[in-house]
Design a protein around this ligand. Structure first.
Ligand code: DX5
Ligand code: ZN
Length: 217
């Protein structure tokens, strides 16, 4: 059986206290730290850019998984490498030359991911499977935490069939909670991003709630 990794999204953390929030989720069992970068253009919300991500790096002891919801991507790749991203994921919808983007991410020394919006078919990743380390299946339209899960289990099954036993992660992002997680794991996913379901009810002063939430997923 496949090992399931939990990647809490710090989009649901206290934005005035990222250092302690990152340490709290890692102490409570997070496998990766998921960092949602939004540009107010590709998605209708803004979060943070390379200097903030570089500051997060000082606190991350696991894996810093950076999800770019920006367009264009290519002018910013070296900035996220310098910021210390371990994995850099770009959307296939963000531009016309996704293979160039993936090559540039790897050339900059990071693992490369590609993300698919809910309206994008699994086939959009078919000619990328041998060039990436991760395929992110969005189960919400990106831009905000706390949205409700859109069932993409058929897409996950298609991707699992394409990937087979290659060392390519299938990550799920959006609306993951204790009810929806088993559906996508059964379909073949192995990395679960969760924002609201990890952070709800907890704080840096009550971090055990994060731990209980992570174990419940
Ligand atoms: C959505 C982001 C997600 C989001 C997940 O635009 O990419 O990572 O923070 O949040 P929840 O788990 O609350 O849906
Ligand atoms: Zn994300």
């Amino acid at each position: 059986t496949r090992q399931i990794l939990i990647a809490p999204s710090i989009l649901s953390a206290d934005f005035a206290d990222f250092g302690r929030e990152i340490r709290a989720i890692e102490d409570q069992g997070a496998d990766w730290v998921h960092v949602d970068v939004m540009d107010g253009h590709f998605v209708p919300n803004l979060t943070f850019g390379p200097p903030a991500v570089k500051a997060f790096r000082r606190h991350v002891r696991t894996v810093m998984d950076v999800h770019l919801m920006i367009a264009p991507v290519d002018p910013f790749i070296t900035a996220y490498a310098d910021a210390g991203a371990d994995i850099l994921t770009a959307h296939v919808e963000a531009g016309p030359h996704i293979h160039r983007t993936v090559q540039a991410i790897r050339a900059a020394g990071m693992k490369a991911g590609v993300a698919l919006n809910p309206g994008t078919p699994a086939e959009a990743a078919a000619h990328l499977i041998d060039m990436v380390d991760l395929v992110c299946v969005m189960t919400v339209n990106p831009g905000f935490g706390g949205q409700s899960f859109i069932d993409m289990t058929a897409k996950v099954r298609s991707l699992r069939a394409m990937i087979g036993d290659r060392p390519v992660h299938i990550q799920i992002d959006g609306g993951v909670d204790p009810v929806t997680a088993p559906l996508v794991v059964a379909a073949g996913a192995d990395v679960l991003v969760a924002g609201s379901a990890v952070f709800r009810g907890g704080s840096v002063d009550a971090p055990h709630v994060y731990g209980a939430n992570i174990r419940a997923i």
